[in-house]
Ligand binder design. Structure first.
Ligand SMILES: Nc1nc2c(ncn2[C@@H]2O[C@H](COP(=O)(O)OP(=O)(O)OP(=O)(O)O)[C@@H](O)[C@H]2O)c(=O)[nH]1
Ligand SMILES: [Mg+2]
Length: 643
């Protein structure tokens, strides 16, 4: 059996769980850095952006490289705030494995649940690290329970903590059966012989044997090697997650976590079937002092400095000026990079996230990461008229770096509208425009992005697009059925028989229908959740064309939507508020006033579905309502009919 070593590792979690601190400690433990930076001092390697340093949160995913146990590993520290989840999504697309970090006090939080589901979608194997065991109230067992309950996966703890809270000293490694303690950053180990350790080892062996035949055969006396192999295989087959613990801040538990990442996230299996022809996926574009950097993960073949490569999606060539190994905001030039690696390229002109780079002789298209739909918009205006063009250019470059930002001009007011995933997302983007370009801009009030959908459709809707008054004519008849598609976005199918509408015209009708989705009949919002079926049509021997059928699709669907029963949808968020017991009544009342629908509440926390439009400024208002003692987190929870 060949073991494919993990090369590209990600760190995922809810905001503030300690991802950046953990990354910092990993760099220190592996000798990649010689000082330990802190998030609160603005001195970490991966939070290098000025706004990250000021705000104390990660905004964009940063890559670093280090060596551990003879392997070179690329590690991506991702942001936890929901507004930057597109960065996580694109990182997940290129990872071989991930460490999901949980706060030892808070357990599974909303955004950890979201990234867990996203990792499932991309099939990224993961292990868990329960962090902050030094904090008052930290409780590994409670976190294990919340992993089981909220993530629907069986946690297999391979460590037990030694000491609690402020007295947390280290861990018992239940695989190697050793006690590991850290004092003043120095690791000491000795055999683990306590009754508690032996009992926990037996329980671990039994839990593994229940799911793994090799371990079952040795039950009663499972060797360390068998246990390790079984845990590795189970990590990839799913249903369980290996759990480790520690305190990143206090530098405890880092080395065993790295060992576990290499042991369990490496993939057992047959050798690859690489052809040697280049296949690399662009997952990030970033402005830097070296110009435009294009981050790629190479899946097959080699990239060499000076190569001319083929962008299969765009149907164009790109030239690789330089290849850079990435250490957050520092770069080392290399001559070439091989399959399996993540590097940054300079010289690319138009490749954006989702572009596949390959050779013209062997074109391939790798699966693109998905992009989240923007939920919130603001109008952005240049203070001076002479800056209008420059503002557009700066915003367009920003949107290229962050596909979850969308820039468009309101056709009615001529204003530039910037849309993104939330208030903070837009605030950070505007701040970046100000600092990077020095432009003076004013920003309007945030607005949520509404959508329209179908409640009741129409069948047999006839639309004739005919212009035959001299010159080249246009002739296209279409008959459309429009039906609701509650869980989907848009589907189109043709049920036309007997070749009454040729295939290329059917495609043109579909393209026209897609154009009609841009503005719905109720309020001009984007239309989603519908299936359109072309049931019949007619052509004219001379005057029919793709253009005519495209127009028939566009204007036909627009008219059909007017005949449908429609409803406006608004984005909602799942909000979890924590506050002292005496303040919770006020919090509940306030959520109700914001049209929140309570889904869960306990003595100190409440979870509710709240329209996103009601959440603007909520952070400040919650603080004043609870005298600064309340905190909240939120995650996107889809759309529902607007009140
Ligand atoms: N007590 C304690 N605090 C920790 C630990 N790890 C991190 N912290 C603190 O928790 C806060 C958040 O840490 P970060 O490393 O920025 O968390 P993050 O997950 O990167 O946060 P985002 O990138 O914004 O999602 C900082 O104040 C850290 O010092 C830990 O093990 N123990
Ligand atoms: Mg961070």
């Amino acid at each position: 059996m060949i073991i494919m070593r993990v090369r590209n590792l990600g760190i995922l979690a809810h905001v503030d769980a300690g991802k950046t601190t953990l990354t910092e400690r990993i760099l220190y433990a592996t000798g990649a850095t010689h000082k330990r930076g802190e998030v609160h001092d603005g001195t970490t390697v991966t939070d290098f952006d000025p706004q990250e340093r000021d705000r104390g949160i990660t905004i964009s995913a940063a890559a670093v490289t280090f060596e551990w146990d003879g392997d070179w590993i690329n590690l991506i520290d991702t942001p936890g705030h929901v507004d930057f989840s597109d960065e996580v999504e694109r990182s997940l697309r290129v990872l071989d494995g991930a460490v999901v970090v949980f706060d030892g006090v808070a357990g599974v939080e909303p955004q950890s649940e979201s990234v867990w589901q996203a990792a499932d979608r991309y099939g990224v194997p993961r292990i868990a690290f329960v962090n902050k065991l030094d904090r008052a109230g930290a409780d590994l067992d409670a976190v294990l329970t919340s992993i089981r309950d909220r993530l629907g996966v069986t946690p297999l703890a391979v460590q037990l903590p030694i000491g609690r809270e402020d007295g947390f000293e280290g861990v018992i490694d239940l695989v190697a059966m050793r006690e590991l303690t850290w004092a003043d950053g120095v690791l000491r180990t000795r055999p683990a012989r306590s009754a508690q350790a032996l009992t926990a080892r037996t329980a671990l062996e039994e839990a593994v044997a229940e799911r793994h035949e090799g371990a079952l055969r040795e039950l009663g006396n499972v060797s360390d090697g068998t246990l390790r192999l079984a845990l590795q295989e189970l990590t990839h087959s799913g249903g369980i997650v290996v759990v480790l613990c520690g305190s990143a801040y206090r530098n405890k538990g880092i080395e065993p976590l790295l060992d576990a990442a290499v042991d369990y996230l490496s993939r057992p299996g047959p050798g690859g079937d690489a052809s040697g022809d280049l296949a690399a996926l662009v997952f990030k574009v970033q402005a830097s002092r070296l110009g435009r950097l294009t981050y790629v993960r190479i899946y097959d073949g080699t990239v060499r400095k000076g190569d001319v490569v083929w962008d299969a999606r765009g149907g164009r060539t790109e030239r690789i000026a330089r290849i850079l190994r990435i250490q957050a905001d520092r770069y080392t030039a290399v001559e070439q990079a091989e399959a399996g690696d993540i590097v940054a390229l300079t010289g690319m002109k138009a490749a954006t996230a989702g572009t596949t780079l390959c050779t013209r002789e062997h074109p391939v298209l790798l699966e693109e990461p998905r992009t989240a739909e923007p939920l919130v918009s603001v109008a952005v205006e240049a203070r001076s008229n002479t800056d209008v063009q420059r503002l557009s250019t700066v915003l367009a470059y920003l949107a290229e770096q962050d596909p979850s930002l969308v820039v468009r001009t309101d056709p009615e007011t001529g204003q530039i509208l910037l849309s993104g995933l939330g208030e903070l997302h837009l605030e950070v983007a505007v701040e970046k425009v100000r600092t990077d370009s020095g432009l003076a801009v004013t920003v309007g009030r945030p607005q949520v992005s509404y959508r329209e959908t179908i409640v009741r459709g129409v069948t047999g809707f006839v639309h004739r697009h005919v212009k035959q008054d001299g010159g080249a004519g246009q002739f296209a008849h279409v008959v459309l059925d429009v039906a609701p598609l509650p869980e989907g976005d848009f589907e189109f199918e043709s049920a036309v028989t007997g070749g009454r509408v040729p295939r290329e015209y059917v495609r043109a009708v579909e393209a026209g229908c897609r154009e009609a989705l841009g503005a719905g009949p109720v309020g001009g919002h984007r239309v989603t959740g519908l299936r359109v079926t072309l049931t019949d049509g007619a052509t004219h021997s001379k005057d029919s064309s793709e253009m005519a059928f495209r127009a028939a699709g566009r204007f036909g669907l627009r008219a059909a939507l007017q005949a449908c029963e429609m409803v406006v949808l608004e984005p909602v968020a799942e909000v979890t508020v924590s506050a002292p017991e005496d303040a919770l009544g006020a919090v509940l009342g306030d959520l109700a006033a914001r049209h929140g629908q309570i889904i869960n509440s306990s003595a100190r926390t409440v979870t509710a579905l709240v329209p996103l439009a009601e959440l603007f400024g909520y952070a400040t208002q919650l603080r004043s309502r609870t005298s600064g003692r309340g905190t909240f987190t939120s995650r996107a929870a889809g759309h529902r009919a607007a009140a």
